[in-house]
Design a protein around this ligand. Sequence first.
Ligand SMILES: [Zn+2]
Length: 348
Amino acid sequence: MADFSDIIDQEQMKEHMQHGLKNDKVSHAYIISGESGSGKEFIARIFAKALQCQNRQERGDYIESCNECPSCVKALSENHPDIITITHEKPGSIGVDDIRQKLRDDVVIKPYESKYKIYIIPEGEKMTPAAQNALLKTLEEPPSYIVIIILTSNINAFLPTIISRCIVLPMKVARDDSIRKYLMEECHVVDYKAMLCASFARGNVGKALDLASNERFENLKNETIELVSKLKHLEIHDIMDRVHTLLEPVEGEEKSSKKGIDPGQYEDFMDILIFLFRDMLVYKATGSDTHLIFTDKVSYISSVTADISYEEIGNIIKDMEIAKSRISSNVNIDLALELMLLGMKEHL
Ligand SMILES: [Zn+2]
């Protein structure tokens, strides 16, 4: 049962929606834009439920839905006749027929039982230009009762004429501290893990939740750090074999574009390395584990930092940045990782 008080950060967005609820000034069209997993649909559904609620009330800092009236009950079970989600037949695109049948021909029918008729369009960037033009017709002459909420991870995919007719509400990066607190208090994640997941999620609440519940990430983290600890005793072909095993796509999941390497695993692998050496710098400078991300690896971190200079850690971090930029400009990923790990092996 989610309400405005459950939305982590996003102050501007909440303020805008609250203002609309308070003054009954609601726009006909919104675009909520933000990366995948950031919580766009979560927020859209809270807003939609509150708009339709028959008995809104002030609770804490917000005007919230009552969560008890017939409208709220239906909204909570995602079964509200006046909150319509636009689905699409083809996974890759929202075609003109989807928009015509499910939206344009439907908006003329008045709401069944509520003040508003709300359409939520997830993955709005998948609308073809023809679909966007069909939507535009409705945006140009919207019936008074409609509210369209378009969700997107890529606002650049829209025609300027669509954007100009919508209120654009960008998702902001949530603070690490807010995410950590949420994971600990609401999801009962232990403190060091909550901090780690918050750091890795880079402000994306969905990603943090995913990492916290994901054994794969925990394994990747442990095995990556173990690999680093053994680097100096391994030959380069052994090292690369291990890297391949670590980064291979999990069966049944999307196949990668870069041979035999899962792009998501690769990104997390590089982040783990960068955070690990950042931790070494912090530990070397402070001699304490208070500000570390990998607080479960303190004994390893302290043993390495006893023998390595600031300059050497700096060089390793530089090598990692070079490898990342080489890989993003399509240099052979194996070669780039090999050079990076060889450099690391020499310094450790
Ligand atoms: Zn209600």
